[in-house]
Design a protein around this ligand. Structure first.
Ligand code: BES
Ligand code: ZN
Ligand code: ZN
Length: 458
């Protein structure tokens, strides 16, 4: 059990009341005079996120009041586990949607403590039997796993260590595990993955995980995650500020493992495959170069216009490979372009899809889950900026405009039109801490994707 939750009912447990701004005056009238006086003496403000601690007769903490706005109230409970005194708390019985608030509590209790002692223990939330424990725990644990993987520095999580993690993960969830490593990538026709990763001492590889492979009746879902364990930019080297966060360039790979974990823990009736191309985009004497032409897994020749556009290269081989099995849906997740962040900012993952109906229902579900996603177009007129004089396609657009779109259009060349496909270009990182969303690695669009899959694909 995560240490921010308990299933032990305690008589000392302290109730938490969330009160919406507009309901506050009416709610206050219903409280005892002592209670009202305490709130006013301590200057409780009916402002979003304002927390007051109310003592009982024995001067011990007896109640917590949290003011919420109507808008944006979703993340407020995430501030509590690391600010309330260390004790056990529970939500009042008439609390609306307590399970979601419990998930947010869990997400707010996260501390990355692999290299530094946590500042304090999280306050504990009591989970009564009536809550869906599996859903709460699976969601929180899966998002912790994604955050941890992103937060671990590359020195401790290069391609080989990530592969080891994936192997242990596969064992835990009874998945079939396969990997193609180093020069074998060339023998088995993954030239782009090999080219991107060949300059690193830690060999590139392709991880292939399968779960639930049996019944023909099940829908087949293939997830593909960008696993660039570090992105220096290659010979088109990034500058220091652009390189600083690039341990997170395997965020897509972490996301697909996180989503797989949610799917398997909930035992969704899906035949699942997870493909993760892992590589470090490094600099050395044998690094791939601008101007090189590489024949891809699919057979298309790719001219390297920029060695920093490496994510689309490793994904191209993985997407083409995934497509040979004709799955019912392919989803790739990647920290693919800076341009997507310029267009939508840090918190809004970009979605590109060749399947309008799926994209529309997913975006609705994302809104409902407060896990927003924004669709950008696969605007085919921009494809010409990927033209190459000497090869079938160039990996970098002729100019930097619409860079998230041209990257998505590049990927689209490796996905057959008839296979429903979704491509996510996301940040996987919080630049600043906010309630429920600590600074550092972050899972984005995962809750939305999971609940959409639960409803749509079954
Ligand atoms: N990993 C980066 C994209 C990135 C940068 C994601 C910053 C999140 C934050 C990717 O490999 C990259 O460098 N893309 C280039 C592509 C360009 C050279 C065509 C970019 O976006 O500038
Ligand atoms: Zn790059
Ligand atoms: Zn990259």
């Amino acid at each position: 059990m995560l240490n921010c939750f308990t299933t032990q009912k305690s008589t000392h447990s302290i109730p938490i009341s969330f009160v919406k701004q507009k309901d506050f005056p009416a709610w206050l009238k219903k409280q005892t005079l002592t209670f009202q006086n305490w709130l006013s003496c301590n200057g409780h403000k009916n402002e979003p996120g304002f927390v007051s601690l109310i003592p009982g007769e024995n001067h011990k903490l007896a109640q917590v009041v949290v003011s919420l706005s109507d808008l944006n109230a979703f993340w407020n409970p995430g501030a509590l586990p690391l600010t309330l005194p260390e004790a056990t708390y529970h939500f009042s019985e008439d609390e609306k949607d307590p399970e979601t608030k419990a998930i947010i509590w869990g997400l707010g209790a996260y501390q990355f403590s692999q290299y530094k002692k946590p500042l304090r223990q999280a306050a504990k939330l009591f989970l009564p039997k009536s809550y869906d424990h599996n859903h709460i725990i699976n969601t929180v644990e899966s998002i912790y796993m994604v955050r941890d993987l992103i937060n671990v520095p590359t020195d401790d999580l290069g391609p080989s260590e990530f592969a080891k993690f994936a192997k242990d993960f596969a064992k835990e969830f009874k998945m079939d595990f396969k990997q193609i490593v180093g020069k074998d990538l060339l023998k088995q026709n993954f030239p782009l993955i090999y080219a991107v990763g060949r300059a690193s001492d830690d060999e590139p590889r392709l991880i292939d995980l399968r779960w639930n492979k049996s019944s023909k009746k099940k829908k087949k879902l293939t997830l593909i995650g960008k696993g660039i364990c570090f992105d220096t930019g290659g010979l088109d080297l990034k500058n220091s500020s652009a390189m600083l966060l690039m341990k997170k360039d395997m965020g897509g790979a972490a996301h697909v493992l996180g989503l797989a974990r949610m799917i398997m823990s909930a035992n969704l009736p899906i035949e699942l495959r997870v493909l993760i191309p892992l590589a470090e985009n490094a600099v050395s004497g044998n690094a791939y170069r601008p101007g090189d032409v590489i024949k891809s897994h699919k057979g298309l020749t790719v001219e390297i216009g920029n060695t920093d556009a490496e994510g689309r290269l490793v994904l191209a081989d993985a997407l083409a490979y995934a497509a040979t099995e004709n799955p019912d849906l392919m989803i790739d997740i990647a920290t693919l372009t800076g341009a997507a962040r310029i267009a939508l900012g840090t918190d809004l993952p970009a979605l590109f899809s060749n399947h309008d109906a799926f994209a529309e229902t997913l975006i609705k579900e994302a809104q409902q889950q407060n896990d927003p996603i924004w669709r950008l177009p696969l605007f085919s007129a921009y494809k010409e900026s990927l033209n190459s004089v000497i090869a079938d396609i160039n990996n970098a657009g002729a100019d930097s405009y619409g860079g998230a779109i041209t990257a998505a259009l590049f990927l689209k060349e490796f996905v057959p039109d008839q296979i429903p496909w979704m491509h996510f270009d996301l940040m996987a990182w919080n630049l600043k801490p906010r309630p429920g969303r600590p600074a550092g690695g972050e899972a984005m669009a995962l809750r939305a994707l999971f609940s959409w899959l639960e409803k749509e694909i079954i």
